[in-house]
Design a protein around this ligand. Structure first.
Ligand SMILES: *[C@@H]1O[C@H](CO)[C@@H](O)[C@H](O)[C@H]1NC(C)=O
Ligand SMILES: *[C@@H]1O[C@H](CO)[C@@H](O)[C@H](O)[C@H]1NC(C)=O
Ligand SMILES: *[C@@H]1O[C@H](CO)[C@@H](O)[C@H](O)[C@H]1NC(C)=O
Ligand SMILES: *[C@@H]1O[C@H](CO)[C@@H](O)[C@H](O)[C@H]1NC(C)=O
Length: 964
């Protein structure tokens, strides 16, 4: 076939055209150039927008030059059409609108916008118009919203990556279309795209030529099918962080090309020993095997011996492995990373010689594998960059040996029994960015040499016995972001350099002996500040109100913190926890506290000297779960706007001067579990309920020491459902939005005001004492079977003691004292075997005191002031009809001497009382505060949770959540 004249002509014309574009040195079609420039103009350049790498490519784009020569731009040299745009890491910040000129580049075949910040832009449906696109990469660029179904039109796509964005979701139906239409796909990464209800069978329509499939954290639910074997070309398979169930199918053995397999964090997924063996034998190319939290409890650790020698990374954390771990694994020649953490049944010995000399990451935390820290080992671990031996079985001659591992970037030795000084030779580990020595017995001062660790961003020395001042040798640590020194014996003032550290985000100094003022912060980087339980004084420095990103502010229990709480505190719009309790703050409570942050979950201002009224502006959609204003001098009424706090679980307004009627409107708070209104000036009748399900979740109701009158609130007794059913779940009540914060409240326990620093979720208390309630104790009270404490004392109750109280078999404390009760004590009360505290004194009871194991242990003070009572408990014999019951068997033993003569026996009885009390305390609901209270579990976990919620999720380990 020769050239026809016409085609020769057009060829000639083409050459001519080609020549003319060259002469003006422009390949690029004018409209394309214009589109690109307009695209460039619609974004700003910000260094925070890209953090993996930074190449501001659009900066080289200049009008009047050939766009085909611009950074990141590829053209078709014949047509001058832009066919490729690679703007990865270009620091672009701004919204990508549907009218963007990007969409005029119709001829695009490759588009990479990864690692920029598109400010939660939606992915426009116009992406579907790039009909020739073979590569689309929007990874890690802060796109949000629904992925448009038009994406399924891109049928030529070979590679699609929408992973790691802010908040993307994709309808399962779109996913189905996508996998049917995109038949050329080789690489698919939709990690973090939320696909609710997606089932694994949807994956089966994916092209069998797929080489990489990553669906991490997508919401995949259900059983993995045993036809995964069809993806014979798969090299990368990542289905971590979903809810896959059942066992890993055995045809995984057919995936012989696999280089990397990640099925971690599928809590209901398990691996059968026989399948594991097959998989291990067939997957000879495997380099990365990541099965963290997959249940492998039946797999014998010895079967790991067959793992491919090409393995470079093995992560089996939290797999439930039991037994002796084969030391051989550590010797795999290419092993770079080994993580066996959180297998507390794993034993064995970590070998000290012949180790892989490329091992750079080792995590044996929370295992029982023995590690002999000795010279041999250390010299074999010289390439280690990451080492975690948290809560491990470490046997060693000298911890200072570790300072020879000079490549270490990350060292975690927390929760061991190290004692003595922190070795000053640790100052040699100058690469360290992360050092955690928490929860040991280190004593003495922080060695000055730690000041050489200038790369440190994370330093944790909490829970030790460190003393002395926090000295300024650390002021060289200008990269510190996290500093935890809590639960030590540090004294002196807080050195001002701490507040001048430019990147400090988390500062936790709680529970030390620090004194002095809190100085002004020089920067505004703080997200977390806890200075509680020290002896600080003075006002809150105003610079705290400038910490825009502050999420947690805890200054509690510094009794000399004074001054007013400025309304500037309401500038902290992202605050989740504000705890300024147990201090000496005065003035009125800023009214803006009711509506300054929709994220606030904990507001604790209890135990101060605050005056004025309770904010009346609680806004709709607030997240408040815990509101404690106990122990102030607040006046006025309880604002009905509190009903906007629909998440509220704890409301404690006790010990104030509130003058109001019973706040019926609180009935409708659907999650309210604890309501304390004690010691105010509330009055009137308590009749209710006025709504359905009133107070049905309430576990503690304390309205004692007010002026309530009329009969006991019988209607409520019928609706307090939580008090009718015991909860076996022994967990501490804590904020769901910020689970580090464990609730505390003030309660009366045996007549003594006590702070409960933690509250077991099993607790059930009803306290109506010290009011003017009249009438009888109603029978329905017997329905509240889960009650542990019932206090109706100091009222004017009449009639008999209800025998239905005998149904309250969980009762540990019963106080009916100082009423006008008459008649006998019902024998049914003798069956209350947990009863440790009983007070029936100062009534008009009569007759024989019942016996019963627990009843026999009460001493006379429980019954005093009832002249008609008789029985051995009150050292008074009963006569006639009221003849004393037989002495209980436990006392009717040995020499037969009577109680009344035997001082020793009396001692036993009072001890019984004492033990009962201690029993109640120990098994129950209070944990008294000791020198090291832990009313917050300040676990790294939760800190990570906080981080993860942050916008640009950069530098966050998603596996942080398993640390604790
Ligand atoms: C594109 O749309 C956005 C929002 O709808 C608007 O603010 C912007 O001015 C538009 N840009 C152009 C070039 O039309
Ligand atoms: C898409 O590719 C086909 C075949 O290469 C070509 O004919 C067509 O012009 C291209 N479409 C666009 C919009 O570039
Ligand atoms: C499949 O892709 C073609 C374009 O190649 C498009 O016309 C069709 O609508 C797509 N089908 C679905 C279900 O999206
Ligand atoms: C995960 O699946 C299990 C078993 O089907 C189910 O019980 C559980 O609720 C699921 N978890 C989530 C978070 O969906």
């Amino acid at each position: 076939m020769g050239f026809s004249p016409i085609s020769s002509l057009s060829f000639f014309l083409f050459l001519f055209h080609f020549h003319s574009t060259i002469s003006s040195s422009h390949f690029c079609a004018h409209d394309q150039s214009l589109s690109l420039l307009q695209f460039k103009e619609s974004f700003s350049i910000r260094s925070s927008a890209s953090d993996r790498c930074q190449h501001p490519k659009t900066e080289s784009w200049k009008e009047g030059t050939d766009c085909c020569s611009w950074d990141g731009v590829t053209c078709d040299m014949k047509t001058g059409h832009v066919t490729g745009l690679d703007l990865a890491c270009s620091m672009l910040y701004g919204t990508l609108h549907p009218n963007s000129t990007l969409f005029s580049l119709h001829h695009l075949q490759q588009l990479d916008l990864s690692d920029n910040d598109f400010n939660s832009s939606h992915i426009s449906s116009r992406f579907g118009q790039f009909s020739n696109l073979t590569l689309l990469n929007l990874n890690y660029s802060i796109f949000a919203g629904q992925v448009p179904s038009e994406i399924t039109h891109l049928s030529k796509l070979v590679s699609l990556d929408l992973s790691q964005n802010d908040d993307l979701s994709l309808e399962p139906i779109s996913f189905d279309k996508l996998v049917r239409n995109l038949t050329n796909l080789r690489e698919l990464d939709l990690s973090d795209v939320n696909m609710p209800l997606l089932v694994p069978s949807s994956l089966m329509n994916l092209s069998s030529s797929l080489s990489s499939l990553k669906l991490n954290y997508c919401g995949l639910q259900g059983k993995l099918l045993s036809s995964m074997g069809k993806f014979k070309h798969l090299q990368y398979l990542d289905l971590g962080g979903n809810n896959l169930t059942g066992s890993i199918p055995y045809d995984f053995e057919q995936l012989t090309e696999l280089v990397s397999l990640d099925l971690s964090i599928n809590f209901y997924l398990s691996l059968e020993p026989i399948f594991f063996d097959k998989i291990v034998q067939n997957l000879t190319r495997l380099r990365d095997l990541i099965l963290g939290y997959v249940n492998m409890s039946l797999v014998a650790p010895s079967s790991l011996t067959n793992l491919s020698s090409s393995l470079s990374s093995l992560s089996l954390w939290g797999c439930g492995l039991q037994g002796k771990f084969p030391g051989y694994i550590f010797l795999l020649p290419n092993l770079e990373s080994l993580d066996l953490s959180y297998n507390d049944g794993l034993t064995g010995l970590f070998p000290s010689t012949n180790l892989s000399n490329v091992l750079s990451r080792l995590d044996l935390s929370n295992t029982r594998i023995s590690v002999y820290l000795e010279n041999d080992l250390i010299s074999n671990l010289k390439s280690l960059e990451y080492m975690s031996l948290r809560n491990c079985n470490i046997i060693m001659s000298d911890i200072a040996l570790l300072s020879n591992l000079t490549q270490l970037i990350n060292l975690d030795l927390s929760s061991n029994n190290f004692s003595g000084q922190i070795p000053s030779s640790f100052g040699n580990l100058t690469q360290l960015t992360y050092l955690d020595l928490a929860s040991n017995n280190f004593s003495g001062q922080i060695p000055d040499s730690l000041g050489s660790l200038v790369n440190l961003s994370y330093l944790v020395l909490s829970n030790n016995q460190l003393v002395g001042r926090i000295h300024s040798q650390l002021n060289t640590l200008s990269n510190l972001q996290y500093l935890y020194l809590s639960n030590n014996l540090f004294n002196g003032t807080i050195p001002s350099f701490l507040f001048a550290l430019p990147s400090l985000q988390y500062l936790d100094l709680h529970n030390n002996n620090l004194i002095g003022n809190i100085s002004e912060l020089q920067h505004d980087s703080l997200e977390y500040l806890d200075l509680s339980n020290n002896h600080l004084h003075g006002p809150i420095p105003s610079s705290i109100f400038k910490q825009e990103n502050l999420r947690v502010l805890i200054l509690a229990s510094n009794s000399k913190l004074t001054g007013e709480i400025s309304s500037s505190i309401c500038k902290l719009r992202y605050l989740r926890v504000m705890d300024l309790s147990n201090s000496s703050f005065s003035g009125s409570m800023p009214l803006c506290l009711g509506n300054f942050s929709n994220m606030l979950s904990v507001l604790h201002l209890g135990m101060n000297n605050l005056q004025g009224t309770i904010p009346s502006t609680f806004s709709k959609d607030n997240s408040l779960e815990y509101l404690n204003l106990n122990g102030n001098e607040l006046e006025g009424k309880i604002s009905p706007s509190i009903i906007n706090c629909t998440m509220l679980e704890v409301l404690d307004l006790g010990n104030n001067k509130i003058e109001d009627a019973f706040p019926y409107f609180l009935e409708t708070l659907p999650k309210l579990q604890i309501l304390v209104l004690k010691s105010n000036k509330l009055q009137g009748f308590v009749k209710g309920p006025t709504a359905h399900n009133s107070f049905s979740k309430l576990q503690i109701l304390d309205i004692s020491d007010n002026g309530f009158s009329g009969s006991l609130p019988i209607g409520y007794f019928n609706s307090l459902e939580a008090m009718m059913a015991s909860d076996q779940n022994m967990i501490y009540m804590k904020a769901t939005n910020y689970s580090s914060y464990v609730y505390s409240i003030e309660m009366t326990w045996k007549g003594v005001e006590i702070e409960f620093p933690k509250i077991q979720s099993t607790i059930r208390i009803l306290d109506l004492s010290k009011n003017n309630f009249t009438g009888e104790i109603p029978k329905v009270i017997g329905k509240l079977k889960a009650l542990q404490q019932l206090n109706l004392s100091h009222n004017s109750l009449t009639g008999h003691i209800q025998s239905s109280l005998g149904n309250l078999t969980n009762l540990e404390s019963l106080d009916l004292s100082s009423n006008l009760l008459t008649g006998r004590i019902p024998t049914q009360l003798g069956g209350l075997t947990f009863l440790a505290i009983l007070n029936l004194s100062h009534n008009q009871l009569e007759g024989r005191i019942p016996s019963g194991e627990q009843f026999n242990t009460f001493n006379p003070s429980s019954f005093e002031g009832n002249l008609g009572l008789c029985g051995f408990q009150v050292l008074k014999e009963c006569y006639g009809d009221e003849a004393p019951s037989l002495l209980p068997s436990s006392f009717d033993e040995g020499d037969g001497s009577t109680l009344f003569e035997d001082g020793f026996r009396w001692k036993a009885v009072t001890m019984g009382y004492g033990c009962g009390f201690v029993f109640g305390v120990a098994t129950g609901y209070i944990v008294f505060r000791t020198k090291k209270p832990s009313w917050f579990f300040r676990m790294v976990e939760d800190i990570w949770n906080l981080k993860i919620k942050k916008k640009k999720k950069k530098n966050v380990s998603r596996y942080g959540a398993r640390r604790n």
